[in-house]
Design a protein around this ligand. Structure first.
Ligand code: HGY
Ligand code: MN
Ligand code: MN
Length: 443
């Protein structure tokens, strides 16, 4: 059965629904006028309830897992109407619903909503014309479909990213309970206040046998597809990431009375360090380093900063490359602070190895793109500098990703965009990839 048996109108309607729901979810925010939705917040609870409703609407059984991830599941059934067993492994589709501060409305969100449209397209109306309760599928597949809305891909609140998907992949670290947010609230307390039981976090872990694969559609968070004039791409791999909280220590002194030879200005040392990050990373291939947070203390106009705390987000195509550059950066920090009579120290707050998408899933996504765009030619293959939940899921199952064009590539910004036309292309491609996977022997 080819996806083209699904009418253009059905695909266009699905794409319109995705765009409208992205707008609806964008209203669920802690910051009116912007979009901010962090882990274990009232906004997280509200979008989980909304998405659970949309899951039930298309016949899925729904639950929120022990880490606050929202799940939906639909059992496979042959067209003869016999219901498949509920212990079948599932193809997991989805993405995340949490956001960065002052975010765009598509990063993560569009992937969750596209996954719901795939489930809707898999169903066929029953004889009475009403949409079936999800037990009769357009194409008989040998696995169940689960859709997941991960709860904390960004790490905005506690600094450590991939918390929701790490719980699913069994990678939860008990040390994380002591992570604190900007108000000093520990992750442990936030769990309790959200209504989750920290003692049951282990129940979120899935066994590898429960999954066939994980497929995620996501906007590209860079300019390559826009520059190439193409709507879709296959992801080859996801960059490895490390995040640090760094501190430079000097000496706070009077801004007027202190001559330069007595100054140990922490802000100037940290500023030179930030420029060194740019210079050193820009000279490398596929390495990016970013200082996103920078705070001077005591922060008074007439006091030379005695301390600066700043973040470093370091990514690379390969873990070894990334770690080598981190070594270069630490030696440069030593040199800068030595020259200026300053000291520095830091702690790592997040680390995730590079994720290489499974070759079979890359092929299936590429074939899905080719079938969705008969005149589209070979689907481009893009390396993702942005992180995704697949980095955690890769510990228990194969990962495949589909990128959608994001005009001018801006993301983690209100101007983040995607077109309904490209979402329609993406839905076709993902649906075709799912049906193709149904005919692939999966060991
Ligand atoms: O930071 C990232 O790359 C992802 O958007 N969380
Ligand atoms: Mn993001
Ligand atoms: Mn994302």
């Amino acid at each position: 059965m080819n996806v083209l048996d699904v009418s253009r109108d059905q695909i266009a309607t699905a794409a319109r629904r995705v765009m409208a729901r992205c707008d609806e979810l964008a209203q669920v925010t802690a910051t009116p006028g912007g979009i901010t939705r962090v882990y274990l917040s009232p906004e997280h609870a509200r979008v989980n309830r909304l998405v659970a409703e949309w899951m039930r609407e298309i016949g899925m059984r729904t639950w929120q897992d022990a880490a606050g991830n929202q799940f939906g599941r639909m059992e496979p059934t042959s067209l003869s109407g016999t219901r498949g067993g509920s212990d079948l492994p599932a193809l997991l589709l989805g993405s995340h619903l949490d956001t960065v501060l002052d975010a765009g409305r598509y990063d993560g969100i569009v992937g969750v909503l596209m996954a719901l449209e795939i489930v809707r397209l898999l169903r066929v109306p029953t004889d009475d014309g009403a949409a079936s309760d999800g037990t009769v599928w357009r194409v008989p597949l040998p696995f169940a479909i689960e859709v997941v809305a991960f709860s904390d891909e960004e790490g905005t609140r506690f600094g450590k990213a991939l918390l929701g998907s790490s719980a699913v992949s069994g990678g939860w670290d008990e040390a994380w309970w002591q992570l604190t947010d900007a108000d000093g609230v520990t992750l442990h307390r936030a769990f309790l206040e959200f209504g989750l039981d920290p003692g049951r976090i282990g129940e979120a872990a899935k066994h590898p046998d429960e999954l066939v694969a994980y497929l995620e559609a996501h906007i590209e968070q860079g300019p390559e597809l826009d520059r190439a004039g193409l709507p879709l791409a296959v992801v080859s791999s996801i960059a490895s990431a490390r995040r640090f909280q760094l501190v430079v220590e000097g000496e706070a002194r009077h801004a007027g009375g202190t001559p330069y030879d007595l100054r140990r200005d922490a802000l100037l040392g940290a500023s030179e360090a930030a420029l060194a990050v740019e210079r050193i990373c820009a000279a490398e291939h596929h390495i990016v380093g970013t200082v996103g947070r920078f705070e001077a203390f005591p922060g008074a106009v007439n006091v030379i900063p005695g301390e600066v705390q700043f973040s470093l987000d370091l990514r690379g195509e390969f873990d070894g490359e990334r770690d080598r550059v981190w070594g270069v950066l630490t030696r440069e920090l030593d040199a800068i602070m030595g020259r200026r009579g300053l000291r520095w120290h830091g702690r790592e707050i997040h680390s995730a190895p590079a994720l290489f998408c499974e070759p079979l899933l890359r092929d299936v996504v590429a074939a899905g793109i080719a079938r969705a765009q008969p005149d589209g030619g070979e689907a481009p293959i893009v390396f993702s500098r942005a992180g995704h939940d697949g980095m955690a899921l890769g510990a228990i199952t194969g990962v495949g990703m589909l990128f959608l064009r994001n005009p001018d590539g801006i993301s983690h910004h209100p101007d983040e965009a995607v077109s309904a036309g490209d979402v329609a292309h993406g839905i076709r491609a993902l649906f075709e990839a799912v049906t193709l996977l149904g005919h692939e022997p999966r060991g």
